[in-house]
Write a protein that binds this ligand. Sequence first.
Ligand SMILES: *[C@@H]1O[C@H](CO)[C@@H](O)[C@H](O)[C@H]1NC(C)=O
Ligand SMILES: *[C@@H]1O[C@H](CO)[C@@H](O)[C@H](O)[C@H]1NC(C)=O
Ligand SMILES: *[C@@H]1O[C@H](CO)[C@@H](O)[C@H](O)[C@H]1NC(C)=O
Ligand SMILES: *[C@@H]1O[C@H](CO)[C@@H](O)[C@H](O)[C@H]1NC(C)=O
Length: 226
Amino acid sequence: MFTPRFLTSAFLALVCTQWCAAQGPYPGQIKNLVTFGDSYTDVGDPGDNATAWPVYAAMYGNFTLYPYAKAGATCSNYLTPRLFPSVFEDELPLYFTERENGSLVLDLTDTMYTLWIGTNDVGVGELITGQQTPGVTLVDTVSCAVDWVKVLYMSGARNFIVQNMLPLQLTILYSAYSYPNRYWAEQRNTTEWNVFMTEMTNTGNALSAALLSALTPTLTDAHLGK
Ligand SMILES: *[C@@H]1O[C@H](CO)[C@@H](O)[C@H](O)[C@H]1NC(C)=O
Ligand SMILES: *[C@@H]1O[C@H](CO)[C@@H](O)[C@H](O)[C@H]1NC(C)=O
Ligand SMILES: *[C@@H]1O[C@H](CO)[C@@H](O)[C@H](O)[C@H]1NC(C)=O
Ligand SMILES: *[C@@H]1O[C@H](CO)[C@@H](O)[C@H](O)[C@H]1NC(C)=O
């Protein structure tokens, strides 16, 4: 979208440094990569015509890719209503339907699940412009992402990577020096958006780390990286 690809790569390298250093799957264990999220992970139509990261990761790691991420997604359209598929109302249901009807057969000990969500949850049309379902806050959208781990764990999944939100305040859309663009052409106070977005990405990522740390002791036999 509006984020240079190198940010994505740098981020993945960081995840691996932390994840690989901790006790995780053994080398060669992971054979399948199942991805959830928004346009940053959607393999259908990378905005810049480049290679979507899951395609690259699957090639690099020799994984079979099962991509469920959809452009425009938030974690849940009940929390942040949008005219796009969401993780909980569309992506997970499709995954479970395919598992139940036998069209998707996976050995779950060999399978890594990833979730990269939040950009649209906190972004224009949702939290930053106050258009979420009344009463919904960052606490709800981040808890929703943590619930993705719970739901998949209950169904037998054991290997997870939960990806951080980008420092969205550094993108054109949310910079103090922002200008009219395809995502927002109306008047706004760019300083205010930049300050608010900085709070949301930093607080959201720290909250999900805390919630996941509290959750992991209950996930027997699971590996979880962030
Ligand atoms: C992507 O490819 C299409 C078709 O070749 C081209 O029209 C479009 O300008 C390209 N977009 C970018 C961002 O390079
Ligand atoms: C890649 O994965 C397939 C299926 O798991 C396996 O048969 C093959 O040996 C692997 N190739 C390499 C180079 O590791
Ligand atoms: C299983 O469900 C998926 C998603 O609805 C569908 O595309 C697929 O054709 C179904 N397969 C079978 C064998 O019913
Ligand atoms: C924009 O927001 C900043 C930070 O709240 C404030 O200092 C500034 O006065 C605002 N500018 C305008 C034109 O309202």
